[in-house]
Design a protein around this ligand. Structure first.
Ligand code: CP3
Length: 348
């Protein structure tokens, strides 16, 4: 265990006792903020991601507005798909839409090794742009990547899908080729995360959002094994790695096999039911239902305080939502949650 740093987030990530839990929110830079919408009005999403000055400004917006204890790089998990030759656009009210999707095993064979540094250069430039602007806030920057299964699902579906019908059908018919795809993506993700770390992020999170669609055996074979490969491939072993799989509050035992520094939990199960089953050297992150931010303040206050009290005796706890914050979330409720967490004391 490393000694205490100047960051609450990194201390908690390293399971060091903190005076109160650090707080950040998945998708904290985004559409619920007016300041984000002001920029979005004049630029499309991919331009925002690919322009380091804009990405930096948007990354900083929630820090300046709410005082979160960590910043997360403004980008998207799907940039890796684009780098692999599968470009996409973001369609209003529909989500991502790919120019082409994977239909055949030949398309997977044809995916070439890519020069990650060059192809995703704008991400590393954004990190370099963010760091000096973040410095006065004295909080760390979190980098991230999608996990192979979720990225593969988008490359096969070509868009968001409620049940991954096309992706799973492709897998049932071509399991070897599907694994080849996951492996190719995993290799790129390893290089991508190592380069983010070289550029200066202080922690990384791996998102396997659609792991919730898999049964236990598939979860191990298609999600866990590739996340493990990625974590093993991260060169700097001092950088905390957080793993978020949707479904995690019930599948955490499997997710722990990836050897994460932080396990990020969704809201379907209470942390008090889970915490005793998580080894003391793994930090816990989560797990307020993002919909509770739409509840009346009294209800929200009760739910946040319940989580804080449940986790009070647990070194290595990071307050977060159980999934990303939604558009139209009332700003004053975000403020309330930050205030409740930041005025809480683990020692009283
Ligand atoms: O957390 C952060 O603030 C960092 C930025 C971030 C975004 N996307 C910004 C974004 C991160 C970490 C992501 C991850 C991401 N992207 C995931 C995994 C995490 C999760 O929440 O499950 C997934 C599945 C994607 C793919 C993606 N990108 C989708 C499905 C969408 C559309 C979502 C929707 O509700 O319309 C995006 C677009 C996207 N990514 C937006 C933002 C702020 C919205 C862009 C806009 O319309 O202005």
């Amino acid at each position: 265990m490393s000694s205490q740093s100047s960051s609450l987030f990194l201390d908690a990530a390293n399971c060091i006792n903190t005076q109160r839990p650090p707080i950040w929110m998945m998708r904290q830079a985004g559409r619920y903020m007016d300041a984000y919408q002001q920029i979005r009005k004049n630029h499309d999403f991919l331009t925002m991601i690919k322009t380091p000055e804009l990405a930096a400004e948007i990354t900083l917006q929630p820090i300046e507005r709410f005082g979160f204890d960590a910043a997360i790089l403004f980008s998207d998990i799907l940039v890796v798909c684009e780098a692999l030759g599968f470009p996409y656009k973001l369609v209003e009210k529909k989500g991502p839409l790919f120019d082409k999707s994977i239909e055949t095993t030949t398309q997977i064979d044809d995916i070439k090794t890519i020069d990650v540094k060059n192809k995703l250069d704008y991400v590393f430039k954004a990190i370099k742009e963010i760091l000096p602007k973040l410095a006065p806030h004295q909080i760390p920057l979190i980098g991230f990547s999608g996990a192979p299964f979720t990225l593969a699902s988008y490359m096969i579906e070509g868009k968001s899908s409620p049940n991954l019908l096309k992706c799973k059908t492709f897998y049932y018919q071509n399991p070897k080729s599907f694994h080849k795809l996951l492996d190719k993506i995993a290799d790129v993700v390893i290089t991508y995360l190592n380069l983010q770390i070289e550029a200066g992020v202080k922690a990384v999170q791996i998102f396997d959002t659609w792991a919730c669609h898999l049964n236990d055996i598939e979860l191990n074979q298609l999600s866990i094994s590739y996340i493990s490969k990625i974590i093993n491939g991260i060169s700097n072993k001092r950088i905390p790695v957080s793993v978020f799989c949707k479904g995690s509050s019930y599948t955490y035992t499997e997710i722990l096999k990836t050897n994460p520094s932080i396990i990020s939990l969704d809201w379907n199960n209470s942390l008090k039911n889970i915490k005793h089953n998580i080894p003391k050297n793994v930090a816990i992150q989560g797990n307020l239902d993002p919909l509770l931010l739409f509840a009346p303040k009294d209800k929200l206050r009760i739910e946040v305080t319940k989580i804080l009290n449940e986790m009070k005796d647990r070194p290595g706890y990071i307050f977060n939502l159980g999934h990303g914050i939604l558009p139209k979330t009332p700003i004053e409720n975000v403020e309330l949650v930050v205030k409740l967490v930041q005025s809480f004391s683990n020692t009283h």
